[in-house]
Design a protein around this ligand. Structure first.
Ligand code: SAM
Length: 322
């Protein structure tokens, strides 16, 4: 059996017998006015963060959701679009698709605004998405791509890129590892399926996203996820896993490299009222300006005594204070 088959078998099991808290770090999912999440769906919250960024879902986007789980985030996305077929949710595991259908039927009984036609559940997998090129506004996946071995992760990212419209967004939440996960754990297919041993480091993960063609990546959240302790996992030192919420944009990669926003700001502290780097960044004296990590490094090297650089907040959604 391949590791992907092991994962499919595992998710067939947890579709039939929900495992509360399997991946999730948020005991209370995103609360929205008028949205009631059925208890069964909540018990099947197998995501490690959120891909539903509520302030960014105007204009009723078409969403392709990969790895439907119990349907929680598909329902949350449907809340923002509220039209037939707005969310297409894909899963290769029949038992998981059936569980999601059942949960969404309960959701329709509990939420007057929701119609089951808003979410269309299709058989398919991350490597072969059942939609055309350039056809959706958002691709979302939560706690699935970390299961994939690196080359498969690249295939899944490329497939997401294919189906997104130009300018479209890949919204992901995945565990990342604070140092490389030892081989014996990486090879443990069951741990991998449980989102405990396939995680890449932050740098490797972001590089794979960029290599698939995404020109801009924004980090929405980074938080502790799980601890692989030395005794249980037979490793020299405890290893912290974090969960990372990101949004990657299908835009051209600039000549000098992709832009990754992690919440850094640059603050000009020189004698002039403002500083213009002639590359599109104008810094007013004393006022923080959000910059991507590439620009932060360039500006810091250019004038270390006159431009202060703040640390990554790991919480970026456009910057600005008002
Ligand atoms: C960790 S669960 C996450 C479920 C959901 N995203 C959530 O947040 O609750 C992974 C999901 O991906 C599905 N899955 C497994 N292998 C897959 C594949 N190759 N392509 C797409 N989905 C897959 C599983 O059946 C399961 O529904």
């Amino acid at each position: 059996m391949s590791y992907l088959e092991t994962a499919a078998q595992f998710y067939s099991e947890v579709a039939q017998t929900p495992q509360v808290g399997l991946c999730c770090v948020q005991s209370t999912p995103l609360q929205l006015p008028g949205l009631k999440i059925p208890r069964k769906m909540q018990e099947m919250n197998y995501g490690c963060g959120t891909t539903v960024h509520s302030t960014e879902l105007g204009n009723q986007p078409t969403v392709l959701y990969v790895g439907v789980g119990g349907g929680l985030e598909a329902l949350q996305f449907a809340y923002f679009s509220q039209r037939s077929g707005a969310v297409i949710a894909v899963d290769p595991v029949a038992e998981m698709r059936q569980a999601a259908v059942r949960n969404l039927e309960i959701a329709a009984q509990e939420n007057p605004w929701f119609d089951t036609s808003f979410v269309e559940i299709r058989e398919g997998d991350a490597f072969n998405l059942p939609v055309g090129d350039n056809s959706v506004d958002i691709v979302a996946q939560n706690c699935l791509f970390n299961i994939f071995e690196p080359e498969d992760l690249t295939r899944a990212l490329q497939e997401a890129y294919r189906v997104l419209k130009p300018g479209g967004k890949l919204q992901m939440s995945d565990p990342i590892a604070t140092r490389p996960i030892p081989q014996h754990l990486q090879k443990d297919e069951r741990l991998r399926a449980m989102c405990l041993s396939g995680a890449l480091t932050y740098e490797e993960y972001i590089q794979r996203i960029i290599s698939a063609g995404f020109g801009q990546v924004e980090i929405r959240a980074r938080r502790p996820y799980r601890l692989l302790d030395s005794q249980t996992y037979d490793i020299e030192e405890n290893l912290l896993l974090e969960s990372l919420d990101s949004v990657a944009f299908k835009v051209i990669i600039p000549e000098d490299g992709a832009c990754v926003f992690t919440g850094k700001t640059a603050i000009y502290a020189g004698p002039e009222p403002f500083f213009d780097d002639d590359a599109g960044h104008i810094l007013q004296r004393g006022i923080p300006a959000s910059v991507c990590d590439k620009t932060a490094a360039k500006l810091a090297a250019l004038m270390p005594d006159k431009i202060m650089m703040t640390d990554s907040t790991w919480y970026y959604n456009g910057g600005g204070c008002c």
